[in-house]
Write a protein that binds this ligand. Structure first.
Ligand code: GCW
Length: 657
């Protein structure tokens, strides 16, 4: 039913190594809680992979025996130094032992999962040879979960955190969650919404948080919380939350002390300040740095303050896309060493396609972290099949023009993903959305991995390791994001979603209270043309990029069609590189998006022999909805543009329905 995620370890049909007899495991340092988890996970995985054999068992050896080497040996005795989870998996062919090793217990856990990933794809253990370390230190999920169980922008049921029954009851699902995360290298989780309730800072919640932190710890996952900036005032009895008031700092210090007494490895606070109505230091005439540094002093060297750069309020009416850069760049060099600034992949908001955020590379004296969104708020929720790895690959590989790619900029810090988990049986609301959770972890571990490699290993572990299945499903996944871009917001259009819920088209909306809430604000469509001029003749947001980067986008003729209407207002007959006028190209893109979804549905229909009936049907039914809704997007959007430009449908561009 999908609950097992990519950790199904479906029985291997044809694996000679299994005929060598039931395997055995020997773990050094076997009393370490993380080594215990690693051993249990390896045992569980091997049992499942060998499932069809009888009799079959996995022995765990209490100690090393000279004449009977174990088939798997875990050797991760720490040397006391901080351990980033690097590991090796290497076979000794002479005595047929696979050794998993590294400088600390978490190495063995990561090594075990990496080994199982290979075995699940059909690899022989003696052929596995891995030597890996994570590309960045922080690989985190951000949950937008509220204490009452509602998940903001969550499309997969209620929150997995049962604050009501905690600390007395810990749901097994949390251990399964920890195992899934650890299996892809995720090592931190912010358990509550950035639109934060102050409850999480109260004495009543600390024991609840402690129970969760204790459960996650053996899996190498540190717990963080989102902190509400006004808490000292709201729950602390102080008349203010002014960051420069010593009583306020003393209050945060006292809270931090209480939390650290219960959770010695507490990760720290994530803060959304002065954005979308959230409180923040600007309420007191102070800067983001004043606010962040005050909290950073309260935490001290015990943890980190992660301060979001998603600031979205009425500062610069000319272009919402410019605000974060305008507020944060002047603060470069002013943030304390244990502050991280967390920046969304693009300057608007998790759209189907945005150019990379201009803050990357522009704050060389500040630790910057990338924020992505796994839950598909603007990409058809859990219903539409959209594999996001190509989108993240696009941003990670973008050259900032300021000494490296986005991946280079964040490598010393990390990457966060807004979680898509919930109480649904399949965790993510749909089977294919599990792939986005998986891909996030894999890319945070190694941004050099290709979307294709990630899709392939995920699909093999999740559905079927048969080649014909993989050869069909991998391209289906890889093309799915471009399909969504094409039927929702082609050619650099953005934020055309219906008001509030962000599902389905709403390009005609123009009367909402704030200008930048309106899709018309983004499309700027009129009788003559369409697109948002962000060059010097317009908002000049383009000037926030390094000159070499800006030069790619400063003229419509030079700009990639992917970003054309993001940066330029062009006439409906503007000549596209394809030779077609813009209007024809635009209509063609909507059609191409629909056609691709049709092809996805057709491909999936042909894969029935490889997938269990329930999951096959679940996916097929979602695809049918996506086929209808891609048409809804196309037809509503085109009809609306026609109402503005008065143009007919270009001849021959539209396949008859
Ligand atoms: O994408 C927008 C969402 C809000 C969200 C906000 C943010 C948590 O519509 O629901 O609030 O971004 O990232 O803070």
């Amino acid at each position: 039913d999908g609950y097992a995620l990519w950790l199904r370890h479906a029985p291997l049909e044809d694996a000679p190594w299994l005929d060598r007899g039931p395997p055995s495991i020997y773990a050094r340092n076997g009393d370490d809680p993380t080594i215990k988890v690693a051993t249990a996970e390896l045992e569980r995985g091997l049992l499942k992979l060998g499932g069809k054999r009888d009799p079959w068992g996995v022995g765990t050896m209490p100690r090393s025996l000279p004449n009977t080497p174990a088939s798997f040996e875990l050797d991760c005795r720490g040397d006391g130094k901080p351990n980033d989870g690097r590991f090796r998996v290497a076979a000794d062919r002479s005595n047929k032992t696979v050794k998993i090793s590294g400088p600390g217990s978490i190495s063995c856990l990561y090594g075990v999962y990496a080994l199982l990933r290979e075995l699940s794809q059909g690899e022989d253990p003696l052929a596995v040879n891995l030597d890996e370390k994570p590309a960045m230190p922080l690989r985190m999920l951000n949950h937008w979960d509220n204490p009452d169980g509602y998940v903001e922008r969550g499309y997969s049921g209620r929150s997995i955190f049962d604050w009501w029954r905690l600390p007395d009851h810990l749901d097994q699902r949390l251990l399964d969650y920890a195992s899934a995360n650890a299996s892809i290298g995720i090592n931190g989780t912010v358990v509550n919404n950035v639109n934060a309730s102050p409850l999480f800072l109260t004495d009543r919640y600390i024991p609840k948080l402690k129970r969760v932190a204790d459960a996650l710890r053996p899996y190498g996952i540190r717990l963080y919380i989102s902190a509400r900036f006004s808490a000292p005032h709201e729950i602390g009895g102080l008349p203010t939350a002014d960051p420069l008031d010593p009583r306020v700092e003393a209050w945060w210090k006292e809270r931090a002390d209480e939390i650290y007494a219960a959770i010695p490895d507490f990760g720290g606070f994530l803060v959304k300040a002065n954005s979308e109505g959230q409180p923040g230091p600007q309420d007191y005439g102070r800067t983001h740095a004043d606010g962040a540094n005050m909290m950073a002093r309260a935490i001290g060297d015990r943890g980190t303050v992660i301060w979001r750069a998603f600031v979205y309020s009425e500062v610069d009416p000319t272009d919402r896309a410019k605000q974060a850069y305008a507020e944060f760049v002047p603060l470069d060099g002013k943030f304390a060493g244990n502050v991280i600034v967390q920046v969304k992949n693009g300057a608007i908001d998790f759209q189907p396609r945005e150019p990379f955020h201009p803050l990357f590379g522009a704050m060389p004296k500040t630790r910057l972290m990338l924020e992505t969104q796994l839950t598909k708020e603007y990409l058809g929720f859990a219903t539409h099949l959209v594999f996001l790895a190509p989108m993240w690959e696009e941003v990670l590989r973008a050259d900032t023009g300021r000494g490296g790619t986005v991946a280079d900029v964040i490598a010393p810090v990390g990457m966060a993903g807004v979680a898509n988990t919930g109480s649904d049986r399949n965790w993510s609301g749909s089977h294919f959305d599990q792939a986005n959770w998986y891909a996030f972890g894999r890319l945070a571990w190694d941004p050099g991995l290709s979307s294709e490699a990630i899709a392939r290993e995920w699909a093999a572990q999740t559905f079927s390791r048969e080649q014909p299945f993989l050869d069909a499903v991998v391209p289906l996944m890889l093309g799915s994001r471009q399909a969504a871009v094409d039927y929702m917001t082609p050619l650099g259009l953005t934020h055309q979603m219906a008001t509030g819920h962000h599902y389905g088209p709403g390009p005609w909306v123009a009367d909402l209270a704030r200008p930048e809430w309106n899709p018309m604000y983004y499309s700027r469509a009129d009788k003559e043309g369409i697109g948002f001029d962000r060059t010097a003749s317009g908002s000049n947001a383009l000037s926030q990029y390094a000159p070499a980067v800006a030069a790619q986008w400063d003229e419509p003729g030079k700009t990639s069609p992917d970003y054309l209407l993001w940066f330029h207002h062009v006439t409906w007959d503007f000549a596209m590189p394809s030779g077609k006028p813009l209007w024809n190209e635009l209509v063609g893109r909507y059609d191409a998006g629909v056609a691709r979804v049709d092809a996805m549905a057709q491909t999936w229909a042909s894969l029935e022999p490889y997938v269990d009936a329930q999951r096959f049907t679940d996916v097929a039914e979602n695809l049918r909805i996506q086929q209808q809704e891609a048409r809804w997007w196309r037809d509503a959007s085109i009809a609306y543009w026609q109402s503005i430009n008065g143009l007919g449908l270009p001849a021959g561009t539209r396949p008859p329905e």
